[in-house]
Write a protein that binds this ligand. Structure first.
Ligand SMILES: C[S@@+](CC[C@H](N)C(=O)[O-])C[C@H]1O[C@@H](n2cnc3c(N)ncnc32)[C@H](O)[C@@H]1O
Length: 371
């Protein structure tokens, strides 16, 4: 290759290792990045810097594991075209809502109209399915189902669906400290580790619907002020098999990691309330599949398959920028199976994350190209 390991491994990149003080949560979750919770995203400031370093001006970037759309949103902010693929239907809905160019006047009129009608008691609560009956108190599910019925009347129905999902997430019968992956509905008062007192499960959802409708409006308007008019395409499907558009100037992505997160399951309430297609069996690295040798082999082949497919959609000499916490050291094999060579690798100190998975660790940024 003509490049030594020392040159490839540039070590800790202090420019990407922000402290909590440099980058408080409010800044990491600016505008649409906090439109809906999503476990497993990377921070927008990291993406912004990676786009600056590795994507030519006015170029087009591809994210084959686009998740909640951080790459696409930042590409729009940086004046780049982009496309993002995800297997999870809810993630694609969320990305479309974040990246669409909404007419601000129609958006505001519709959201306020829907909220007004909801608060006047309009809408019809259809029969709840088994999941909705088990995971929501009677008043919460009546609120959510009524709001759902109103959403269909509007041009911005998808925005209202994301608001519905966010309200549903907050209104589930869970303890306050177990919002990410609750196992059983919490139907009785409980000792709350987060608030250090007895808390009660949520009994209604109307206050969440109000709060999130207004917050979503503010966030979409904030993003509209910094968004360029470039395009962001959202492609729903398995990135190993989709016909990718292109040609692209770079891939910037953070792939799923084996055994950590179930990306469909974390938004189960949304799938149940919005009748979205569940394709979890195609999810790479799903936690439910564990970390057995067979699971790791399937993961390695799957990610290599995706990167290989992306390579065909890239212009010659374009870069793959892959953010990963590769503690199992799977990526040397994955890159080689995908026909890629590593050019550079830098490490970033991840100072703090929110939620129960808080802690400190290092993340790698791998920069590769076709061999
Ligand atoms: C680490 S997350 C990406 C998060 C993203 N960088 C963000 O900031 O929101 C990985 C994503 O890969 C998606 N995924 C898993 N298997 C996939 C497949 N076969 N094709 C496309 N996407 C897949 C998951 O649904 C998940 O959203």
């Amino acid at each position: 290759m003509g490049v030594t390991q020392e040159q490839i491994y540039a070590g800790l990149d202090l420019d990407l290792s922000w402290s909590e003080r440099d980058l408080p949560e409010r800044v990491r979750t600016k505008h649409v990045h906090r439109l809906h919770p999503y476990l497993g995203k990377y921070i927008p400031q990291l993406v912004e810097e990676l786009l600056r370093r590795h994507v030519p001006a006015r170029g087009e970037v591809l994210d084959p594991f686009a998740g909640s759309g951080t790459t696409l949103v930042q590409a729009l902010e940086s004046g780049l075209d982009s496309a993002g693929v995800d297997i999870a239907a809810f993630n694609c809905l969320l990305m479309r809502v974040k990246t669409a160019e909404h007419n601000p006047f129609v958006l505001e009129r519709e959201l306020r109209d829907a909220l007004g009608r909801f608060e006047r008691g309009e809408g019809k609560a259809a029969r709840a399915n088994a999941y909705v009956s088990a995971w929501f108190a009677p008043q919460s599910r009546a609120d959510l189902l009524r709001f759902r019925s109103l959403a269909n009347d509007y041009e911005h129905a998808d925005v209202l669906r994301v608001i519905l999902a966010r309200a549903a997430r907050s209104a589930r019968l869970t303890s306050h400290f177990d919002l990410d992956f609750p196992r059983e509905p919490q139907t009785e008062p409980y000792w709350c580790h987060k608030h250090r007192r007895e808390c009660r499960p949520v009994e209604h959802a109307d206050h969440f619907i109000r709060r999130y409708t207004l917050d979503t409006l503010t966030r979409l308007k904030e993003f509209a002020r910094v968004r360029s008019r470039r395009t962001a395409q959202v492609l729903h499907g398995d990135a190993r098999e989709l016909d990718l558009p292109g040609p692209f100037d770079a891939v910037v992505t953070s792939p799923p990691y084996p055994g950590l997160i179930d990306y469909h399951e974390q938004h189960r309430y949304a799938y149940e309330l919005l009748s979205l297609d569940d394709e979890r069996e195609r999810e790479l690295g799903a936690a439910a599949r564990g970390t057995s040798r067979a699971a790791l082999t399937a993961y390695t082949e799957g990610i290599a398959g995706v990167l290989g497919a992306c390579a065909d959609a890239l212009r010659p000499r374009s870069r793959f920028v892959i953010v990963v916490n590769d503690r199992r050291e799977l990526y040397p094999q994955i890159l080689s199976q995908a026909g890629l060579v590593l050019e550079q690798r830098y490490q970033r100190h991840v100072n703090r994350r929110t939620g129960r998975r808080a802690g400190e660790y290092f993340e790698d940024v791998l920069v590769a190209r076709r061999a």
